[in-house]
Design a protein around this ligand. Sequence first.
Ligand SMILES: Nc1ncnc2c1ncn2[C@@H]1O[C@H](COP(=O)(O)OP(=O)(O)O)[C@@H](O)[C@H]1O
Ligand SMILES: [Mg+2]
Length: 375
Amino acid sequence: MNILIIKCIELRNFRNYDNQIIYFNEGNNNIYGDNAQGKTNILEAIFLCVTGRSFRTIHDDEIVRFGQQSYYIKILYEKDDRENTIEIESDLKRNREIILNQIKVKKVGELLGKLNAVLFCPENLSIIKGSPAERRRFLDIIISQVKPTYFYELQKYNKILKQRNILLKEKIDYNKKLSGIEVWNILLSETGKNIIYDRMDFIKRLNKYVALNHRYISNNNENLIIKYIPSFKINKEIEELTRSDIQEIYYGNLKKNIELDIEKRVTSFGVHRDDFDIMINNSSVKVYGSQGQQRTAVLSLKLSEINIIKEITEQTPVLLLDDVMSELDSTRIKLLMNRLGDIQTFVTSTEKINDNHLLNEIKYMSVSNGNVNTT
Ligand SMILES: Nc1ncnc2c1ncn2[C@@H]1O[C@H](COP(=O)(O)OP(=O)(O)O)[C@@H](O)[C@H]1O
Ligand SMILES: [Mg+2]
């Protein structure tokens, strides 16, 4: 197993950072300080280099330091015993530039899989409690990291979906509309089948780990399983399905629901409406789980995210823990830390965290008003 290590990050005009280089430890890093000092901003910058997107906003103008025109992030990381760099420069007047090992790339997709990370923050509870869109986002982000072709399929799907919806809203002759929609049905089922297939396959693989992690965390008391819920019925398990089976079902459903779509002027079924459910001992955690169970379920999910990234990429991801130390009790923190193994962590907290539970060495950094100091 290759261990991924972020060596340092440089931030210029990023959020409340003016010009800062931060060197990290290869084991654990604890970034601590009072509220609103810039702890999460550091994790945000790392995450931006992982996915090309912030986990807080889609608007770069919110990220650029107040009063400035552009921001710059550079990460130096070690992977397969080699040093690599990722640079992101965003000028509000021009497009964003992504530079990998000094070479400018054209698409965000090329960034995916270079640097993998798992982010764990209090807002993750929305994977359980939030809308289906939040669960889809969770899936889409991890699958894109381990399988960049998935990301391209998603982009393609969204473009086709947009075209189909535009046509559904258009005031044109009914028959003309029908024949136009038919074209989009074919294209949509072609890409849609790949997305469903990859999601179902991914969840199947994730379930293996989620079950184990959750048993461990719940002291063998609970069985956790994730179920994919397509917006239209697929009556078989993923093992029994081929991609072309799914395409057929997909296409059939689009066709069957044409009248409904025309009436509602929007595409009612498809991967953009799919969901998944997390079940503990056969009942939905979202509906029946206690607060504690919901938190533990997220923890199991996050641990499993690490496992699956390791399995698929043969690389460890880095782990970003934002403010979760106050969320989890000390038993859960110990369980978490013991189960991590050799993985670089970035932990933010208001107080210095206790290093008793840690197997690896820890570096402490205090943050105050956009300034980081090693302590
Ligand atoms: N674009 C920006 N320019 C300057 N400062 C910003 C910008 N966006 C956020 N901030 C500041 O960053 C701070 C919040 O940083 P954050 O990392 O979320 O804090 P915490 O240490 O609580 O995690 C606040 O003081 C906020 O005003
Ligand atoms: Mg914070």
